[in-house]
Design a protein around this ligand. Structure first.
Ligand code: ADP
Ligand code: MG
Length: 450
């Protein structure tokens, strides 16, 4: 048996005995590179991978290797030369380029993963993304200078800011990109005072063709830093250089910033990023899962997208947690596990033991329409209404995925379910009777949650 066949056979056993995602994440990428004196040499893509295998799967691989080959086998791991090449090398080169000389306190710390390509677009961020892209195409032009991207935590502001930096580094190499959080700007400033190097400090920021400053709200209340920033800003601005900033709120609403700074900030374009809508959340979950080598079924994706609403960062960390949970417990990611992870994230009152059936029963009692009619096919007006109310409540209170609701209600498809939710959502606002009815049911049922 060649080493390649040997490894193939071991992999088959591993595949049978580990969840699919674990297999594709951790075993698929391993290649066998040789077998001699009962020693099988396996190559893993990088150091991190190696450590993960050591701490999680070493025994399992050993065990199946023994099954296939016999007691004598030992397994040696080696890290692929590709992966052991320090990936930072390139980064260092970039840093040096953008550093100018030895000024080690001013580094270009752009996250290379934050690109436009990896930025998922939805209604909530479309405008901000378009503005960011236009800025790259017309650096320093009045209409977009400065560009301020604002919005809540975890919405993708930093991602977008770095995407601008990355695109310029790739496409306009002659341009000097300087990127820093406002905290870093502050620290650099303070340490330059301590070290008597304020001139270098100024230079390091003022050499920028494009200055990217993250989270300007941290300038609030820091008078001296603001003063410094004001000068940097003005000099760059007057030389036609581009400035892009992010903030946690509309610049006009910031307190503790000098008026002259504020009016500067407001003189360009301010764009906001809103929390992602349901469709975008689903798209984000799908993409992040795929990136992490996770295969999730649609109802699981929907479950996450339904409950984790606040921002993209939470969606991302939910995926990471799922991955960790399932890797550690060696379990497939299923509905129950997902529910558990979401519960952990949101606190226990978020998803409960109240069921779709409970809701249908309660609606039936209130409307005097039989349960089996509610979940049946009749299109009589009052029955349809009771059905739509039940569907709406399942969605609102339980956060049941559209697909699952559809199944409960006589195999309807998810667009019908969505339609029902919209109809009732509208009617609760416009129709007093339905508004009250739904409101009361919702209160009563939500109360049962705790
Ligand atoms: P903010 O700066 O607004 O607090 P971040 O830019 O740090 O948010 O985003 C938090 C995380 O979510 C990051 O890992 C980022 O890559 C990811 N993220 C945010 N928005 C998107 C998006 N539209 N597409 C893909 N990933 C996103
Ligand atoms: Mg940020």
């Amino acid at each position: 048996m060649t080493h390649i066949d040997l490894w193939k056979t071991i992999k088959k056993s591993l595949k049978k005995n580990h969840p699919q995602h674990a297999f594709s994440t951790w075993f698929e990428p391993i290649t066998s590179i040789g077998l001699s004196n009962d020693e099988l040499i396996l190559e893993v893509p990088n150091q991190f991978f190696f450590e993960w295998i050591q701490s999680h799967y070493k025994e399992s691989i050993q065990k199946w290797a023994v099954e296939v080959y016999g007691e004598l086998i030992t397994i040696k791991y080696t890290v692929s030369p590709e992966g052991s090449k320090q990936p930072p090398q390139k980064e260092i080169a970039i840093e040096e380029k953008y550093n100018g000389a030895k000024k080690s306190y001013q580094r270009n710390n752009i996250n290379r993963h934050y690109t436009f390509a990896s930025f998922i677009e939805g209604a909530h961020n479309q405008f901000a993304k378009a503005a960011a892209l236009s800025t790259v195409g017309s650096l320093g032009q009045k209409a977009f200078n400065p560009l301020v991207i604002y919005g809540g935590v975890g919405m993708g502001k930093t991602h977008l800011l770095h995407a601008i930096g990355n695109k310029i580094i790739q496409e306009q190499q002659e341009k000097e990109v300087v990127c820093a959080s406002s905290e870093k700007f502050t620290l650099d400033f303070i340490s330059s005072i301590q070290k008597n190097r304020t001139v270098e400090f100024s230079k390091s920021y003022r050499k920028a063709d494009i200055l990217l400053i993250d989270d300007i709200q941290f300038f609030q209340g820091k008078e001296q830093t603001q003063e410094q920033f004001f000068h940097t800003f003005n000099e760059l601005f007057h030389r036609g250089k581009q400035i892009v900033m992010t903030a946690d709120r509309y610049p006009g609403e910031m307190v503790g910033l000098q008026d002259r700074l504020l009016s500067r900030f407001k003189s360009g374009l301010s764009v906001d990023i809103q929390p992602p809508d349901f469709e975008t959340r689903v798209a984000i979950v799908m993409e992040k899962a795929e990136k992490n080598g996770l295969k999730l079924s649609y109802d699981i994706i929907e479950l996450i997208g339904t409950h984790i609403k606040k921002n993209v960062r939470d969606l991302e960390s939910t995926i990471i947690r799922l991955l960790a949970h399932s890797s550690l417990s060696n379990k497939e990611i299923d509905y129950a596990l997902t529910k558990k992870v979401i519960k952990e994230r949101l606190g226990k009152s978020s998803i409960t033991d109240l069921t779709v059936e409970d809701i249908v029963r309660r609606v039936s009692e209130t409307t005097h329409i039989k349960e089996r009619e509610i979940v049946g096919a009749s299109r009589k007006m009052e029955i349809t209404e009771a059905r739509q109310i039940s569907i709406y409540l399942c969605r609102e209170i339980l956060g049941t995925p559209l697909v699952s609701i559809g199944i409960h209600f006589g195999g309807r498809d998810h667009s019908t379910v969505l339609h029902a939710c919209r109809v009732i959502g509208e009617k609760t606002k416009k129709n007093h009777r339905i508004g009250t009815l739904v409101g009361e049911l919702k209160n009563e049922l939500s109360f049962a949650l705790n």
